[in-house]
Design a protein. Structure first.
Ligand code: FMN
Length: 214
């Protein structure tokens, strides 16, 4: 069965993409306004795309009334934000922070996040998050009137003590109860894990006894 995106509404494309591209990591983004009011909201159109420079991208849509989301307007103004990652313990408060509260409300306070001062930027990170990235916007790509892709550089990273070995930089996965977004109100923890070894061309061809022209 084929779904021709040229013939579908954007709502239907959203349905198909967001229910099949799963699970998606969740960026719980913290920002701050010029009066010091703290803002936080989850974004699952999110991933890392490079390490030189360390680059993450967020997909932020306008509200149905055509206004920018608070995260979007604050990043547009200051270019500074923290991406906090979400584990099981944070899931419920992350969901509270997705409510469309007016910008005057301190969403750290409403969702129960503890602010910790960032080292390089003004918005604080969330103490309860297992991992946080202090970020500065590189460029915002305006895909259309409604949709921004915020490309940003990770300036520095904070991880909960004991999560990452400072010598090897290996993560202790048993201690990282990260949550991914599925679709609608569904989420998935990272439980069953399996390994697939990668091969070079030579190793694979030899193992499978294949030659050019076979
Ligand atoms: C798990 C989750 C993921 C979300 N991902 C996105 C997203 O990728 N892009 C988007 O525009 N809104 C997304 N939202 C909706 C925003 O979080 C919501 O509109 C929020 O009110 C924005 O808050 P702000 O105005 O403080 O930025 C998501 C909501 C949830 C619960």
């Amino acid at each position: 069965m084929e779904f021709d995106f040229g013939k579908l509404t954007s709502k239907d494309r959203y349905k198909l993409l967001s229910s099949t591209v799963i699970p998606r990591p969740i960026a719980l983004v913290s920002t701050i306004d010029e009066n010091g009011v703290l803002n936080a909201a989850p974004y699952s159109f999110f991933n890392m795309f490079a390490e030189e420079p360390a680059t993450c991208v967020l997909g932020i849509q306008k509200r149905p009334d055509g206004k920018y989301k608070d995260t979007s307007s604050l990043i547009r103004k200051s270019g500074e934000y923290v991406i906090n990652l979400v584990d099981m313990d944070l899931a419920e408060s992350m969901n509270i922070s997705s409510i469309n509260f007016d910008p005057e409300y301190d969403e750290f306070d409403l969702a129960g996040f503890t602010p910790v001062a960032s080292r390089l930027i003004a918005p604080p990170r969330i103490k309860e998050a297992p991992v946080s990235f202090e970020c500065r916007r590189t460029v915002t790509l305006q895909l259309n009137e409604e949709r921004d892709l915020v490309v940003g550089e990770v300036l520095t990273m904070h991880a909960r003590d004991g999560l990452i070995d400072p010598e090897t930089l290996y993560l202790d996965r048993e201690k990282y109860d990260v949550v991914g977004r599925l679709y609608a109100d569904l989420y998935a923890p990272l439980r069953e894990v399996f390994s697939l070894k990668s091969s070079t061309q030579e190793e694979w061809l030899e193992k499978h006894n294949k030659k050019v022209g076979d």
